[in-house]
Design a binder for this molecule. Structure first.
Ligand SMILES: Nc1ncnc2c1ncn2[C@@H]1O[C@H](COP(=O)(O)OP(=O)(O)OP(=O)(O)O)[C@@H](O)[C@H]1O
Length: 611
């Protein structure tokens, strides 16, 4: 039966490309829209449940009066049918209505709201540019996506499940008191005012404390993910004591933030209990006073007693819900600040697919300083002819990676334009751009997926082509012998997080195979062969020479020997082109390149040679 409630929507259906709202209320309204029918039904059944509870208390009071007024013999004759009907309703009707309400709230809504929001956040974040991810810690971003979905679901659940119930219950109680004796509203009214004041004091504090806690927790997750993912770097850094000290500070900050939340919670809970006790004494005491003055029946005192117990226990529940609500609103707000940022690099409306005829690239007055006003690239202009192979060299930090990152639109240039075959790359879709520009990076990292997916991407792959690409990258042999922990072999074997189960050279060969598979007209090589041993490198160089033919190539190299034979060498310095020409011309010129070359061939890298 519960199955009917489980799948009111498919949470993973959305391929919404709109930018999610940064305002919490708008975000919830927009993103939970698919669950609107569930919410409407849940609110209606919750109100029904609350009304039944209030009615039961009223009925208990009136039953006391009925019992007091009638003789045991006359009870069945006068009230038998009514009592039976109420008993049947309490035994069958009430549990069924409650089941419906719980199933709507806890299954239909809760189980779907969380993945719905997480999926939407994940889809949006996945479309962020590479540059956007580099500005934050992956672990922190992951925490915001996971916790943001959780917070959105908890906030909405607190409203539809608890707040609606309590508000309906209190409204019912006010109505009941008015019906019995409006003077009873006095203690209840005083309690409501006291409760509202407590909330006013507590809620903003609770919200701030939860935001701080969430920040500290995400910092902690960021630290853990960063430390575990880079355990080798940590080991090499040494200084375990200083590292531990830094870790301890982050752990301690999380504890302090937790303490802040608990402090507010303890204050709230004890104030709640005091308020609840005042209500109990007020309602029952006032009821007794009225009863003694013959101004109210006995049933009134019974109902007042039951009501005050119920309201006080519910008030704690309400407070938990309000705390959960505002706590999760705080978390969601914090999460949206990161997750709902507009796309740092977005496709223009109406962006077309990039069509490449020859693969000519033109950088015109391109500047990019990472928003800092200095470093990066500075008004750089460069023309790369179709089919030309250029080597990009320069000291560390000269701007080589920035240049290729801008070509791939990891960032959008702050000024200037980049065009491929005359088309501005900001006018085309990023997907089509990256279809045409293949890159083999120095730090070849792989996804923890199968070798096949790492080469061909998530779409259905052509195995024969994947294998051909592997052979060309001299990777056929070791891939055939791969076997992962789950027994998958060859192309199906998973490579470990970031490819850690493979050696650096093997990872690089897979990355090369990826470029061969893509067969893109423009190829970027970022020290493409740095992690290979000399035998493998020699083999790959032959293949690279073959794959470069007929393509436009930009090859970044620190080892100048690997690019000395290319058509042109462009030397960058401080974000600008310092000089350019063939190897021979640049050596003859005697500038920066000649200087770098003489250092490398003059013993620093004694094995350097022109291949
Ligand atoms: N994400 C970033 N945010 C801020 N500054 C950056 C970022 N990436 C690079 N930079 C800065 O831009 C400048 C150029 O860096 P870039 O990585 O392009 O140099 P590079 O020539 O590729 O260096 P290397 O040879 O060491 O890889 C450097 O000063 C660097 O600090």
């Amino acid at each position: 039966m519960l199955g009917r409630f489980e799948n009111p929507v498919n949470p993973f259906d959305s391929n919404d490309r709109r930018h999610p709202a940064q305002d919490v209320r708008r975000f919830l309204l927009e993103e939970l829209r698919p669950l609107r029918p569930v919410v409407t039904a849940a609110v209606a059944t919750t109100i029904l449940c609350a009304s039944i509870e209030v009615w039961l208390i009223w009925y208990a009071g009136s039953l006391v009066d009925t019992l007091a007024a009638s003789s045991p013999q006359a009870l069945w004759a006068g009230h038998g049918a009514e009592l039976l009907a109420v008993a049947v309703f309490v035994l069958l009707g009430r549990p069924l209505i409650n089941l419906g309400s719980e199933a709507l709230d806890d299954i239909a809504f809760r189980v779907n709201a969380r993945p719905l929001v997480r999926w939407r956040m994940h889809r949006h974040v996945s479309r962020q540019s590479v540059g956007w991810f580099r500005d934050d810690l992956a672990g922190r971003i992951a925490t915001w996506v996971r916790d943001g979905g959780d917070a959105a679901s908890t906030a909405a659940y607190s409203v539809i499940h608890t707040l609606v119930f309590v508000v309906a219950y209190i409204a019912g109680s006010v109505w009941l008191m008015t019906a019995i004796d409006p003077r009873l509203l006095l203690p209840l009214g005083a309690w409501i005012v006291g409760y509202a004041l407590l909330m006013r004091w507590a809620v903003p504090r609770y919200r701030r404390a939860s935001e701080r806690l969430q920040d500290a927790e995400s910092e902690l997750t960021g630290l853990l993910v960063d430390s575990y993912a880079n355990v080798d770097t940590l080991a090499l850094l040494g200084g375990q004591d200083e590292l531990t000290e830094h870790d301890r500070r982050v752990f301690a900050a999380a504890r302090r933030a937790h303490l802040g939340v608990q402090r507010v919670e303890v204050t709230i809970n004890s104030s709640m209990l005091a308020l609840g006790s005042a209500l109990l004494v007020g309602l029952v005491g006032y009821g007794i006073v009225l009863w003694r003055a013959d101004a109210a029946p006995l049933g009134l005192v019974a109902a007042a007693l039951a009501l005050s117990f119920r309201i006080t226990s519910m008030a704690e529940w309400l407070l938990d819900a309000v705390s959960a609500l505002f706590g999760s609103l705080g978390v969601l707000q914090r999460s949206l600040r990161t997750v709902a940022q507009p796309l740092a690099v977005a496709d223009r409306p109406g962006a077309t697919r990039l069509r490449v005829h020859g693969g000519a690239i033109r950088f015109s007055q391109v500047s990019h300083h990472y928003g800092r006003g200095a470093s990066g690239l500075d008004r750089l202009s460069l023309d790369v002819a179709a089919g030309e192979r250029i080597g990009l060299v320069g000291r560390s930090g000269a701007g080589k990676s920035t240049l290729v990152g801008l070509l791939l639109r990891f960032h959008d240039a702050e000024a200037g334009t980049i065009a491929i075959d005359g088309t501005d790359i900001t006018d085309v879709t990023q997907e089509s751009l990256r279809d045409q520009v293949a890159m083999v990076a120095q730090e070849a990292t792989l996804l923890h997926r199968s070798v096949r997916e790492n080469i061909a991407g998530p779409s259905a792959a052509d195995d024969a082509r994947v294998e051909a690409a592997l052979r060309r990258a001299s990777a056929g042999g070791f891939v055939a012998a791969l076997r992962d922990a789950e027994g998958r072999t060859g192309l199906d074997a998973h490579v470990g997080e970031r490819g850690v189960r493979l050696s650096g050279g093997q990872r690089q060969r897979i990355a090369l195979a990826r470029a061969f598979y893509r067969d893109a007209p423009i190829l970027i090589l970022d020290e493409a062969t740095s992690a290979l041993d000399s035998a493998a490198e020699a083999a790959i160089h032959e293949t690279l020479a073959e794959v470069m033919a007929g393509r436009t190539v930009i090859a970044i190299a620190h080892r100048l020997s690997t690019i000395a034979h290319l058509d042109r060498i462009v030397v960058l310095d401080a974000g600008r082109i310092a000089e350019q020409g063939t190897h021979a011309e640049l050596l003859h010129h005697g500038g920066l390149y000649a200087d770098l070359w003489s250092r490398q061939s003059g013993g620093f890298l004694g094995t350097a040679h022109v291949s």
